[in-house]
Design a protein around this ligand. Structure first.
Ligand code: ACO
Length: 428
């Protein structure tokens, strides 16, 4: 017989079913709580609430484990291929050779933007934030691809996913070109996903940007490491919008808007700004560690600590190694990387950080890598969004395919006025 949890309140006692995940995580099923008792639960920020069951991504924050469809994240680091990971996340298993080839071909077929959409870039202010452009343009895709507003089968979902995953990098690169006042560079169908993005970002007419294998691999890796992270803020947003049966374009555009928030996708920008301040001010890493520990000082060590990981974020470990590889193969130096390495070394030996289980998170090294590739800081979160898109699509599909999905509609504990009378304007 399956286990039950017993809830006793005043003179009432009810039994609640218990769900157990693959990893043994126990969840008390309260779906019938209000029907049976008239009560609701209170969990601002939903930190204790399982809002869905999912078979896409597994995280064990205490042990520092991250798996996509069961595969440990570390196993994607040799010859990383973001498109293969995108397929895995969306369709639930590794693609066969012909499946990956067909999906890659679909990406190539969809890399151009409709001319009407392209013209919209010309009317935007040059200093428009790229995340605003990205969110608006993903939403606008629905105007040009109305056939995908309702996705009835896997074939239509695959086609819509290919459109989104392909066009997002074209939109991102066009928004960057617009901000620089540079002419738009069209995608090159002969190039692979990441190399094509870098080409659209950095080539200039009559001078093709040369993509080195190390940089291409590093960008693949950054996208892979950001591809999904279960029910984070932007993914929950995509699911919430999708639960109303809103289309995939609108749902993913909402995800971009959530990701834009500095508490979510903007943290790697803060890391770079912190490292720049330390460098420009000639501050010592030791003094920054002391400042981060000082409760009277609001300074926090950006890129350290995580709501879920109470161990080394496995993505940070991979990116740290990737930084070492890229910088040595390009024979590059970056004083910010030296400062970051020193901060990490000091923090990992300091009882303040050890006791609170504060380790580097994914943002600690991703900004340094993106900077080394020549990406400006206002494109960091855009790169996060390109990486996260397959995860959003996978989560949207999982929810869409689940017949038990209900529209997301939380309750509240109302604390406002009791019923009062309307007061006419002249009597107020
Ligand atoms: N520097 C110094 N002290 C810290 C830091 C930090 N980066 N992070 C947490 N602490 C301390 C807190 O002051 C607190 O100390 P106390 O117990 O003495 O009061 C303790 O560690 C626990 O901190 P919380 O804020 O309760 O931890 P929480 O899990 O709520 O927050 C968060 C996690 C927001 C990521 C936090 O660690 C932080 O602000 N880090 C810096 C910003 C950052 O890197 N954000 C990116 C997160 S990764 C991502 O979103 C993709």
């Amino acid at each position: 017989m399956s286990e039950k949890a017993v809830l006793t309140f005043r003179d009432k006692k009810i039994e609640l079913p218990v769900l157990v995940g693959t990893d043994g995580e126990v969840a008390i099923d309260i779906t019938k709580l209000r029907d049976q008792t008239g009560m609701i639960t209170f969990d601002p920020g939903l930190g204790n609430t399982g809002a869905c069951s999912s078979s896409i991504t597994y995280i064990d924050g205490d042990k520092g484990i991250l798996r996509y469809r069961g595969i440990p994240i570390e196993q994607f680091t040799n010859h990383p291929n973001f498109v293969e990971v995108a397929w895995l996340l969306i369709f639930g298993r590794l693609p066969k050779r012909d499946e990956l080839k067909a999906f890659s071909e679909q990406l190539t077929e969809n890399e151009l933007l409709h001319e009407g959409l392209k013209h919209q870039f010309q009317h935007l202010p040059v200093d428009a934030p790229p995340m605003a452009i990205l969110s608006a343009t993903l939403s606008n895709l629905a105007c040009y691809h109305q056939g995908f507003l309702a996705l009835e089968d896997t074939e239509a979902l695959t086609a819509a996913a290919a459109r989104l995953i392909s066009k997002v990098r074209t939109i991102a690169a066009f928004s960057y070109r617009r901000s620089r006042g540079w002419p738009i560079i069209y995608p090159d169908p002969k190039m692979r996903y990441c190399a094509n993005f870098l080409h659209m970002m950095f080539s200039i007419p009559f001078q093709q940007y040369i993509v080195t294998p190390e940089v291409e691999d590093a960008l693949n890796l950054i996208f892979i490491l950001h591809a999904d992270h279960e029910q984070n803020c932007s993914t929950s947003t995509v699911r919430t919008v999708g639960s109303a049966k809103a289309n995939l374009f609108a749902s993913c555009a909402a995800g971009v808007s959530a990701l834009w928030g500095p508490l979510h996708g903007g943290a790697n920008v803060e890391v770079i700004q912190m490292l720049e301040r330390i460098h420009a001010g000639g501050l010592s890493p030791e003094s920054c560690i002391e400042a981060a520990k000082d409760k009277a000082n609001p300074f926090r060590l950006s890129g350290f600590g995580h709501r879920v990981y109470k161990n080394y974020d496995p993505r940070a470990k991979i990116l740290h190694e990737c930084c070492d590889r890229v910088f040595s193969s390009l024979n590059r130096q970056d004083p910010l990387l030296d400062i970051a390495r020193k901060l990490e070394e000091l923090a990992l030996q300091d009882s303040y950080f050890i006791d609170r289980k504060l380790y580097p998170n994914v943002d600690f090294y991703s900004g340094i890598l993106l900077r080394a590739m020549g990406l400006p800081t206002n494109m960091f979160t855009v790169c996060f969004a390109i990486g996260r898109l397959p995860g959003w699509i996978a989560q949207w599909k999982e929810q869409h395919d689940d017949p038990s999905t209900r529209i997301t509609r939380p309750r509240q504990v109302y604390t406002g006025n009791d019923a009062i009378d309307y007061v006419p304007m002249e009597q107020r």
